[in-house]
Design a protein around this ligand. Sequence first.
Ligand SMILES: [Zn+2]
Length: 90
Amino acid sequence: MGKTLDGRLSHPFIEGVNAFINFARAVVDLNGNMSCPSIHCVNCYRQSPHMVRIHLLHRGIMQSYINRQSPHTVTELEGNQEERARDQEA
Ligand SMILES: [Zn+2]
């Protein structure tokens, strides 16, 4: 998940993490911490945005965040559905 076949982090995944951190910086608490959606913390632990970024890149993000945080994924899914509908009409 979020990795290329040879095990490296994919560029879109890193971009997504960076975008998420930029968004999250606006919602940190008074201590500058935020809920970490990494697989390890599952939003139960609060971390600094810097730590959250490290967690997401090294451990991965909660599955429930994958589609919500990635407009690309949503667009691709919708596109596939249209293709399937066209195939059924033909
Ligand atoms: Zn974490």
